[in-house]
Design a protein around this ligand. Sequence first.
Ligand code: GRG
Length: 291
Amino acid sequence: MLIFDMELKSFMEEKKIILDDYLKKELPTDNQDPSIIHKSIRYSVLNGGKRVRPILTMMVAELLNGDYKKVLPAAAGIELIHTFSLVHDDLPCMDNDDYRRGKLTNHKVFGEAMAVLTGDALLVMGMDFICRNAQVEGIRKDSVLKVINNICELLGTQKMLGGQVDDISWANNKGDGSFVESIYLRKTSALICAALKTGAFLFEATDEQIEALNKYGENIGLAFQITDDLLDLQEDNKIESKPTYPGIYGVQKSKIAAQKYCSEAKKSLSIFGEKANLFYEFADSIVYRKK
Ligand code: GRG
């Protein structure tokens, strides 16, 4: 099994470069006052993330015969919101991590207060970037409103934020499999679904297509998070104190579960047939990824 199909690999590399260039150009420069916050924002955004979520938004645009360039502002906004969640997740009061993407975490370089403010700024800026998509020719303003509405819902206390609440308040407790799955659906799948549905709303997908993409997002989110846990375990060689899939089910069963969610994800896009080939390859690449 190939880790990455060549078509997917070149698609992802090309779109990552385009997105990175857009972010470099559109983010406030380092020397703009107050310069410390802009340095901090650029440090955390422009540091080699895989750009999975915005690339998915662009993939949906193409799936619906749209021009991916027309979703760039919203796709970039979603990456900023993702980065906000990582900066806050790394804080000492949350996961207390020293490294992110192979570099020192934001609070290790800029201090805790600045890291909190950087996260706040990224969330606000992310929403602003999404609003900017209303200026793009051919994109309906009410579609952008649907995107904003959906993002607010998927970030809220019933979804991503709520998932993080249960994730941190269950530290040192056992928890069972279905509870862990519900945390993963909220803290990881929700933003992936938001990225997919952003492309779908902007290119006026049907309800059936939106539902199919949402199912795909839920399943790849589960496969993604379980694989993340397995990679963490490989690196640290210790089971985390909080409930995780490998902690509850062991490595072998977790690998099987990640593969099951990956094939569920692929099945959910059957209405698109071969047009969704990149999405099928993307699902496989999640389970076989090495970082
Ligand atoms: C949503 C309002 C609101 C608050 C956020 C801090 C927080 C609450 C949530 C954190 C959730 C979190 C960190 C989930 C983990 C998601 C995940 C698998 C991250 C890793 O994603 P990758 O591998 O990372 O795409 P890169 O570095 O490539 O971007």
